[in-house]
Design a protein around this ligand. Structure first.
Ligand code: ADP
Ligand code: MG
Length: 700
């Protein structure tokens, strides 16, 4: 009989109520099943012994055989430490204890072979190991352990309460004993055969008690595949259900607005990527399912025009549309740009932000409700409850990484039927990640910049070269160009950051004095009217230098600005640097991005700077960013739940993910309801997972 894995962990022999409580709170282990799915973070190879003369100064864990020849107390600033000399046939090192010295001193045996294990330090010409795990060789040989010792995830609290790695290993053994190591198979025969996977029972055994490296690898592969496979299965099924259940408005015609715009107003030829994406959107809007599409395109790839043309399709079918942006400045800029284009088509379009005055606001509310207003642009103000549309057909969200999932779903409730949703982002989410996180969203990608753009030249300069940089600025301004100088603004160090900004501004006004030079400054503490005024001066070309905090990060479009200087660039994240750089290179001129830093750089900041200097490719940058920061951070916390994987690693197990997606698709194509007998085991497992782990919660 197979043990019921839903049994509460309290009932496992050796656990009991206190330990159960800790396991629940610290590791989220509620049931036998949860315990079996607690996978080791790594393994220690205890078959390998190091000689003292082989030790490296890299602070890794090593196992050494040797003898203790001497023990002494060494006084230090506070108290003393116990130091033992440990020796093998190649050299000597020290073992060090700061706590429990009395007991240790009494238990140490001289000139008997010991096996010690731990991390080594290199200190004043000698290797030492603080608080080693140690055992006499005779005892070590008696305790039979598997060659690869698992190291389980743990917390400080667990350790303090005595639930050490050894204890976890023991209760794991108990679980295998009680279940006789037999666990229900969760993948179909076909999959097992086709991918040459080992069985579930074999995999679980070898992941917890690996017999050797090869079996461990096969066990890991099988379990990772399984985990990713079911996530993909869930995402794809959800997408299918969504498409068949959630009816959207069918925009079946492309009419006057779209056609006239395309023939008479569109100021340039669309790129092939833009054409392809518009086609994809048109197809969605014309089917009777609600569109839920993510539009990815690097900064400057021309997403706005795609947004407008999609909105025109809604208008052609008698619906309203809205475009929501994360900042006031960006909404204003969208509004001004789109207003110009819509003017020729007699479309009524309005802007609604936090600073819209009451009487305008009232008019907007009215004309929205009676349907006179066709397009509404704005900030979060759009999703306030007071804002009611007559018939909102399409909602577009720009730069979605600034909006949470909750806000996205708020837009849905603006209608009896949900409007079509297009989410635009310039944060290129690596395809693999997008696939596993946004499996429910359809994805369109603009992977081509409008023609004639010159690649931005990016350099890294140290603060001490500032004079040269200023000279360069002067030359560019004399050619008629405009310059951005951006300062970091991080919440935690806000005060200091404002000081840096103001100091910087002052020194710039000294080096670039009026009346020859005009300088704008924009930061988050200014009233929005003042910000707008300064932005406008820069946009109109009345000022040559814009000194700003990161508020200009998103969307601002000044084609004549050709130099972006980023101060303290080491403090910015990669995707932020890339976004900022995207503010230049929008006109025909050669553009530059100068990353200013101090000399003190961490390895991560060096990597970020080097990446920026090396490439302009947003996807490549996103991949590096993902590697540096991990998926949770890149996506924002609200989505990271999906990535809360037990054994697979979205980045490292990319290839397995592709396999998993391929097979999930293939199986569902052939058998969408998983009703064929060969897929019965998949359906069962799928239903089980739905019961115990509600992945839907994580996705809007
Ligand atoms: P983003 O994708 O960053 O939002 P925008 O939509 O702001 O990019 O477009 C950047 C600039 O490129 C704008 O000035 C826009 O008018 C221009 N643009 C967009 N598409 C094209 C095109 N096909 N040909 C030439 N210029 C274009
Ligand atoms: Mg944009």
């Amino acid at each position: 009989m197979i043990t019921n894995l839903q049994t509460p962990i309290d009932y496992l022999k050796g656990v009991g109520p206190n330990r159960a409580d800790l396991l629940r709170k610290e590791l989220g282990i509620n049931t036998f099943q949860d315990l079996i799915n607690l996978f080791p973070n790594r393994y220690i190879d205890r078959t390998e012994y190091y000689k003292i003369n082989q030790l490296q100064r890299n602070n890794t864990e090593v196992q050494i055989m040797g003898r203790i020849t001497n023990v002494k107390e060494v006084p230090q600033k506070r108290g003393k430490r116990l130091v033992a000399t440990f020796q093998d046939d190649t050299g000597t090192m020290e073992l060090v204890w700061f706590r429990g010295q009395k007991w240790i001193r009494e238990s140490l045996k001289f000139d008997k072979p010991y096996v010690i294990f731990g991390k080594t330090n290199w200190f004043s010409g000698k290797f030492s190991m603080p608080h080693p795990e140690m055992e006499l060789l005779v005892d070590h040989e008696k305790s039979l352990r598997s060659a690869m010792q698992p190291v389980y995830p743990s917390t400080e609290k667990l350790n303090n309460k005595g639930i050490t790695n050894r204890v976890i290993s023991k209760i794991m053994q108990q679980l295998f004993l009680e279940s006789k190591g037999k666990f229900s198979e969760t993948l179909s025969k076909n999959l097992l055969q086709e991918l040459k996977l080992i069985s579930k029972s074999e995999a679980l055994f070898n992941v917890h008690f690996p017999k050797n490296q090869e079996l461990l690898s096969r066990a890991q592969f099988r379990l990772k595949f399984e985990e990713l496979f079911y996530i993909q299965l869930q995402l794809i099924i959800k997408n299918l259900i969504h498409k068949s259940k959630i009816k959207g408005f069918t925009f079946d015609k492309v009419g006057h607005y779209f056609n006239t715009f395309f023939k008479e107003v569109l100021p340039f030829e669309l790129t092939n990527a833009q054409k392809r994406v518009i086609k994809e959107i048109r197809h969605d809007l014309g089917s009777n399912a609600q569109m839920n599409r993510l539009l990815q395109g690097d900064v400057g790839s021309g997403k706005t025009i795609v947004a407008l043309m999609s909105m025109l399709i809604a208008l052609d079918n008698g619906f309203q549309a809205c475009l929501m942006a994360p900042t006031e400045i960006l909404s204003v800029q969208h509004y001004m740009g789109l207003y110009e284009l819509c003017k020729h088509l007699n479309i009524s379009i309005k802007l609604l932000t936090g600073s819209t005055n009451t009487s305008d606001r009232r008019k907007i509310h009215e004309s929205l409700e009676n349907g006179e207003l066709q397009i509404l642009i704005g900030t979060h103000a759009l999703i306030e409850d007071k804002v009611k549309f007559k018939n909102l057909g399409l909602a577009i969200i720009d730069e979605q990484h600034r909006f949470g999932v909750a806000q996205r779903s708020k837009l849905w409730k603006k209608n009896t039927s949900p409007p079509h949703i297009l989410v635009m982002t310039a944060t290129p989410i690596p395809r693999t990640l997008a696939m596993s996180v946004y499996g429910d969203l359809d994805i369109s990608i603009i992977d081509e910049l409008p023609p004639g753009r010159k690649a931005i030249k990016t350099v890294h300069r140290y603060d001490k070269n500032r004079l040269n940089v200023f000279k360069f600025i002067r030359d560019e301004i004399s050619k008629g160009r405009q310059i951005y100088i951006v300062y970091p603004l991080i919440q935690e160090s806000e005060k200091m950051d404002y000081k840096d900004l103001m100091d910087g501004y002052e020194s710039i006004t000294r080096d670039f004095p009026m009346p020859d030079y005009q300088i704008s400054i924009v930061h988050g503490k200014m009233k929005s009217a003042d910000k707008d005024f300064e932005m406008q001066r820069f946009i109109k070309g009345e000022t040559q230098i814009m000194v700003a905090t990161t508020v200009i990060e998103v969307g601002v479009d000044v084609p004549n600005a050709s130099v972006m200087i980023i101060e303290s660039a080491e403090r910015f994240g990669l995707s932020q640097l890339h976004q900022l750089r995207g503010r230049v290179g929008r006109g025909a001129e050669q553009s530059y991005c100068i990353l200013m830093t101090s000399h003190k750089l961490t390895n991560d900041s060096k990597t970020r700077l080097e990446t920026m200097v090396r490439t302009n490719d947003g996807f490549e940058i996103a991949e590096v960013d993902l590697r540096l920061r991990g998926p949770g951070d890149v996506m924002g916390t609200q989505q990271s739940g999906v990535l809360n994987l037990k054994i697979a690693d979205i980045i490292k197990d990319n290839d397995i993910l592709k396999h998993a997606r391929f097979y999930a698709k293939k199986i569902l194509n052939d058998d969408p309801s998983l009703s064929k007998s060969e897929n019965k085991v998949l359906l069962n497992t799928y239903n089980q997972l739905g019961k115990y782990k509600n992945i839907w919660n994580y996705i809007s």
